[in-house]
Design a protein around this ligand. Structure first.
Ligand SMILES: [Zn+2]
Length: 294
């Protein structure tokens, strides 16, 4: 959980921005190239370099980002070979983030498994911190969720129920508190393009997704940022803006390796390639030029 003080950060003062990244996922570029995601990810130097490049580009932005959120998938599935080495190398790359920029970690299926267990959650917490929590910055309530418990929490029902109860309490309090926006971070997409689409590996099951969207809408959630798809996608759906951000690591579509800059006035966001990001300035004129969401 980032070291952000509720008292100082609970009130809206002025526009700010943060960085959202997703899926550095060490080893996937090699595994995808040889079409063997079980055994093929034995090299990850390219992803480490991309992560270092992302960190350097973020550190160069001025003024500084308020925080950087990494929406999941660091390494191979829990228990697979190379996990310890990949975790070590990813931590090494992320250690380069400017210490004044809090790093917020969101757990993904490649951190706690498609069907997470008490063991995989405990291991992930030990390595990366809590799998769900809230924090405030500048009058905005940010909620980090463990989307694997929505996807398949059958192996750890107590964790799933506690996660649900905590989310309900937080959304209720958001409705009664004068927060400017509520923003959610999770790894798996709630939907890809339609509330009626079929469910599969990428999105949440239809009943789960509809209930979640209803709760988010009622609580006034402004946007839900996720990764997992390794492509940019998303759109407005009955309230919240569903923002799917492509990977800093392996691309499964045609997007460049990149990151999303999120300007918090109305929660406006734009995806940049790592090369582009190193060339932009974050002065006020940039923020004013950001279009309002459709
Ligand atoms: Zn994923």
């Amino acid at each position: 959980m980032p070291d952000i003080d509720l008292k100082e950060q609970g009130e809206w003062k002025e526009p700010f921005y943060f960085i959202q990244a997703a899926d550095p996922q060490l080893g996937l570029i090699k595994a995808w190239a040889v079409r063997d995601c079980e055994n093929g990810g034995d090299e990850w130097g390219q992803e480490v370099t991309l992560t270092q490049q992302a960190v350097q580009a973020v550190n160069k932005l001025a003024p500084r980002s308020k925080f950087m959120v990494l929406c999941g998938d660091i390494h191979a599935m829990p228990g697979m070979q190379w996990q310890d080495e990949q975790e070590r190398d990813m931590k090494g790359a992320l250690r380069g983030v400017d210490p004044a920029i809090p790093l917020v970690f969101v757990s993904g299926n490649h951190n706690i498994g498609n069907m997470s267990t008490l063991g995989t959650i405990a291991q992930c917490r030990c390595s990366w911190g809590d799998d769900y929590f809230s924090f405030w910055v500048g009058g905005i309530l940010f909620r980090v969720l463990n989307s694997q418990l929505f996807f398949d929490g059958s192996a750890c029902p107590d964790q799933r129920d506690t996660h649900e109860a905590c989310l309900t309490e937080q959304l209720d309090s958001a409705q009664h508190r004068a927060c400017r926006h509520v923003v959610v971070f999770q790894h798996i997409l709630i939907i890809l393009s339609s509330t009626e689409e079929d469910s599969d590996y990428l999105n949440l099951e239809k009943t789960v997704r509809l209930q979640l969207l209803k709760r988010f809408h009622k609580a006034g959630v402004k946007a839900v940022f996720s990764g997992h798809y390794h492509r940019n996608a998303g759109g407005m759906h009955n309230g919240p803006d569903m923002v799917v951000t492509s990977a800093t690591g392996c691309q499964l579509g045609t997007d460049p390796h990149g990151l999303r800059v999120v300007v918090v006035t109305k929660v406006i966001h734009r995806y940049y390639s790592l090369d582009e990001l190193s060339k932009i300035g974050m002065e006020k004129s940039y923020w004013d030029s950001c279009p309002a969401p459709a």
